[in-house]
Design a protein. Structure first.
Ligand SMILES: Nc1ncnc2c1ncn2[C@@H]1O[C@H](COP(=O)(O)OP(=O)(O)OP(=O)(O)O)[C@@H](O)[C@H]1O
Ligand SMILES: [Mg+2]
Length: 250
């Protein structure tokens, strides 16, 4: 059984940055290999991890029926092959990029087969980190059936806090299962939790809420188009995430 972390939240609040630091923390703790799933078609998770993706698997589901017939193999087998082709191996983690969500030519069956294939792949890893696009599209499409640790990310604004509450209600409405809920309030001034964050912790019953300050080193890496993976081992945001992960997986 693998332990799946899914990061979700409002646009631009730092989900991909933090997902990268989750992955680095897991590798640092020796919880390898980690599977990193990029479920945001516009994401830059690969860039932030310093790896190159050559092939996303999203398009596979649209052509799988015809290709499987032509190659006289089952759709499951073909998707397994495509996923294996799309998997990029790096130090301590492998990464797969989902690419575009289902398009107009896509049919449900192929989509379900793809989800099964992703599940099968995830089951081969002890730890999986899923970086989602803004909102809850991916969770509602049920790329994964349930997650172990749901991480909702916001900035410190009141609007951000309201979004977290809305996201939480959606999670409940859609019946997305999770064992632990963690709220991360990112890019705060001086690392202080805004007052509204306490309200959100109470209304969601989150087990943990953390304020992460605006960080110059992370901002500089982004400015220089360098992977956040390269952040120094003493970086305070990285240290906080490392501590959080060791506590959560205990
Ligand atoms: N604590 C931080 N301090 C300074 N800059 C940060 C911090 N966290 C994230 N950033 C910067 O904020 C920007 C947005 O971060 P990121 O791309 O991780 O957000 P996102 O939530 O994944 O966005 P999207 O919704 O577009 O996927 C990036 O330039 C990143 O370097
Ligand atoms: Mg992102």
């Amino acid at each position: 059984m693998s332990c799946l972390f899914a990061l979700s939240g409002k646009g631009g609040v730092g989900k991909t940055t933090l997902a990268s630091l989750f992955i680095r923390s897991l590798t640092e703790l020796g919880k390898t290999p980690v599977l990193a799933i990029d479920a945001d078609p516009n994401s830059c998770l690969a860039d932030m991890l310093g790896v190159k993706i050559h092939f996303t698997i999203g398009s596979a589901r649209e052509t799988v029926r015809d290709e499987a017939e032509a190659q006289k193999i089952s759709k499951q087998e073909l998707l397994r092959m495509k996923i294996a082709q799309g998997l990029v191996e790096s130090s301590g983690f492998d990464m797969i990029s989902m690419g575009r969500p289902e398009g107009p030519g896509c049919y449900c069956y192929a989509n379900n087969v793809l989800k099964m294939a992703i599940k099968e792949l995830s089951d081969q890893y002890p730890y999986v980190v899923l970086d989602n696009e803004a909102g809850l599209e991916n969770l509602s499409r049920r790329i994964v059936q349930s997650v172990d640790v749901l991480v909702l990310v916001s900035d410190a604004s009141n609007a951000g806090m309201n979004t977290l509450e809305r996201l939480y209600s959606l999670v409940r409405e859609m019946g997305v299962g999770f064992r632990k809920l963690i709220l991360l309030v990112n890019r705060t001034r001086g690392g202080e939790l805004p007052e509204s964050a306490v309200r959100v912790q109470n209304s969601t019953g989150a087990q943990k809420i953390l304020a992460l300050p605006y960080d110059e080193e992370i901002a500089r890496l982004a400015e220089e188009s360098r992977p956040v993976w390269e952040v120094s081992g003493s970086n305070p945001i990285y240290r906080t995430i490392l501590e959080l992960i060791s506590e959560v997986i205990k």
